[in-house]
Write a protein that binds this ligand. Sequence first.
Ligand code: HEM
Length: 407
Amino acid sequence: MNGNVRALAASFDLEKLTPEFYINPYPTYRALRENEPIKRLPNGAYFLTRYDDLVTAYKNTRAFSSDKRKEFSPKYGTSRLYEHHTTSLVFNDPPIHTRVRRLIMGALSPRAIAEMEGDLIQLVDKLLDSIAAKRDFELIGDYAAAIPVEVIGNLLDVPHDEREPLRDWSLAILGALEPVIDEVAFARGNKAVQDFLTYLETLVARRRAKPGNPDRDVLTRLIQGDADGERLTVKELLHNCIFLLNAGHETTTNLIGNGLVALSKHPAEKARLIGHPEMIKTAVEEMLRYESSNQLGNRMTVEHVGLGGLTLPPGTSITLCIGAANRDPAQFPDPERFDIGRTPNRHLAFATGAHQCAGMALARLEGAIAISHFLARFPNYSLNGDPVRGGRVRFRGFLSVPCMTNA
Ligand code: HEM
């Protein structure tokens, strides 16, 4: 048994994953954490699976850089994908990151987010009405994916009849971030960035001509900049709007989808939450920990760094495995157990440190409202066939989940 586990860790290659891994990566993550927590991959990069090592890397932005210019240049050339990813705040270091983040955090203020709750409840209840009329439904398309696209659309005040292409653009751009991509995924990603830019140029021009209320409309706020006169350049504005739209789509869809599937597979926890709806906050945190929708992060060392007895030279590419760290027994007692009341639960689903998710308050609100309203309406829902996985390692979720309301 131990030999098998060691062999699983020894043979792990992020560029050659097996179908079993996509279905359930956690035995592999455990084998790595226990045997080779700082795993050197065949391509020379390192794969980190221990909670404490991830925290060290996330907190030390000086040694562990997020700047992806070196890494993305061979992968994307001088394409639009390269321009997009290297302009997004998530793939930059201070001082560029600090400046852009301050402006974005200012726009995603608690007030702007609180303002969204009423519309969000209305949207969720409307979707639940359509599901009630059907009885057999598909959890992702009919519900989980329909929520974030509208929420982010509202955030930037994109007119309703112009929202349809947003989800496909977002999937194509994020899909091109997978560790290995073929020519089709590359071409799709590039076209999506171009189409998105063309669309946003028009939207921004319209908003400049007719500004919205900066307390509610994040786009108006980003165009206007902050009270000190600090503003994003046009290129920063457009690419970071694309990033905001992307960052909030697939991740939140997967939180809702993964959460409702996890509950259906853990009937006692489902009954507990139905009996104690006030537990929704800790339940959402556990869903984020147990099946983190964003499983991998990346950094590059820019100086010699000591980690777990090893010294990594500058220029070492590092993958931070959030999915593995969130099941590290050194941090979470009985980590394979899904416990909706788990406290404390300092998971890394939103990372930590300077790049910690700027949209986490919004994601938590969406998750809590989507899941609690769904359960209140369809407490007896059940799966009605096999869920289909998204087939991605970075973003973990389902493409489709056939369900019945049993109402
Ligand atoms: C369940 C949903 C979500 C998850 C799991 C998630 C996860 C993450 C993670 C892990 C990071 C850090 C990436 C890194 O530095 O390696 C991040 C960054 C970010 N996220 Fe989220 N996110 C979610 C939803 C959202 C939403 C709804 C928005 C916006 C409306 C958003 C906006 C951002 C932004 C702007 C950053 C970059 C922050 C920075 O670099 O300073 N996210 N997110």
